[in-house]
Design a protein around this ligand. Structure first.
Ligand code: FAD
Length: 322
């Protein structure tokens, strides 16, 4: 079955692209393996215009509804391969073995959490070592936890965890944090509940089948062993760029997509949007992802108007599946 446009990724970028392509009346399929992407687990979003505060998941549900109301088809699934057919059509294959065809493509696969890369991290993930305070923080009601990282996401994580945890250590490699001032001020108001350990790194994670303690690069309260109930790692993001490579899209030196300001890549008909494209020098937010999604869909529409249907051989999907 063929579409005018396939969007890979159902986060803020992918769903915003879908809203625009729906309004362009493009026959569109969105495929995403984790509905809502990071926004759906980000907790309260207070900087998306139009909402003083909205839960990230609800924001994504609203975007999805807006897209499906416009006739966009959204499927859960993991895309494993993208190739170009002889006619110039994109063939998109999912893990389940389904194959869909499209004239244009928007890749909005976002980023994934960077790991510390230290002993026992992998083995104890989900067993006391976590990467998402919103998702797993509530498991630590009345307990002591440590959050590793000095960026805005980690500060937001501390503020959220403070609603249930008894005590939180924030482990920062550098000499300061780089958070939105409003989030930093909120953390400061938590007082003694939060202890910030500057110029400190986690060197090792210790535990037999379950996290027991983190070994730090310098002592806290006389010991480099920090025995807490849970460890949350928020040390940055890496681009999810496997599909870009498969589609033949050029990457920058950090592995993010290369594109122009209209989200056009080096592959004709293929566009990118959201966190996968480092357009704003590391400034990655819902508003930037949504903006890029809107632009990518617009570029896909312009491309389709010029080149027409290159996927005729594959039979068109019915309009407005929703
Ligand atoms: C803890 C945290 C708090 C945040 N707080 C805020 C905030 O308060 N305000 C704000 O504006 N921003 C916030 N952000 C940033 C914001 O969430 C991101 O900028 C936004 O999610 C980027 O959207 P995206 O669509 O580009 O990528 P993502 O949200 O990462 O979505 C990517 C999508 O692609 C899918 N995908 C990836 N690979 C495949 C594949 N092979 N096949 C199918 N699907 C695939 C994923 O499942 C997902 O659906 C926060 C982020 C985090 C981590």
């Amino acid at each position: 079955m063929s579409y005018d446009l396939i969007i890979v990724g159902s986060g803020a970028a992918g769903l915003s692209a879908a809203v625009y392509s729906g309004r362009y009346r493009m026959n569109t399929l969105v495929i995403g393996d984790e509905f809502g992407g990071y926004t759906s687990i980000a907790g309260p979003i207070e900087n998306y215009p139009g909402y003083s505060s909205i839960d990230g998941f609800d924001l994504m549900v609203n975007m999805k509804k807006q897209a499906t109301d416009l006739g966009i088809e959204i499927r859960d699934g993991r895309v494993e391969d993208i190739r170009r057919t002889e006619s110039g059509c994109f063939a998109v294959r999912t893990k389940k073995g389904e194959e869909f065809f499209s004239n244009t493509l928007v890749i909005a696969t976002g980023t994934e959490h960077r790991r510390l890369g230290i002993p026992n991290e992998k083995e104890l993930t989900g067993k006391g070592v976590h990467y998402c305070v919103t998702c797993d923080g509530p498991l630590y009601g009345g307990k002591t936890i440590a959050v590793v990282g000095g960026g805005d996401s980690s500060i937001k994580g501390v503020n959220l965890a403070a609603e249930y945890a008894k005590k939180i250590y924030l482990i920062v490699r550098g000499t300061k944090v780089s958070a939105e001032p409003i989030n930093y001020e909120r953390m400061q108001r938590l007082g003694d509940k939060v202890e910030v350990l500057f110029e400190t790194e986690v060197k090792e994670i210790v535990g037999e089948g379950k996290f027991e303690k983190a070994v730090l690069s310098k002592p806290v309260n006389g010991s480099t062993d920090l025995a807490v109930d849970g460890l949350f790692i928020e040390v940055g993001l890496l681009p999810r760029s496997e599909l870009l490579k498969k589609a033949g899209i050029d990457l920058d030196e950090k592995g993010y997509a290369q594109a122009d300001q209209m989200m056009r890549t080096n592959v004709p008909g293929a566009f990118v949007a959201g966190d996968i494209f480092n357009l704003f020098e590391g400034f990655r937010q819902d508003i930037t992802a949504a903006a890029m999604g809107a632009v990518a869909a617009t570029s896909a529409y312009e491309y389709y108007k010029i080149h027409g249907d290159l996927c005729k051989l594959h039979g068109k999907a019915p309009d407005g599946i929703g």
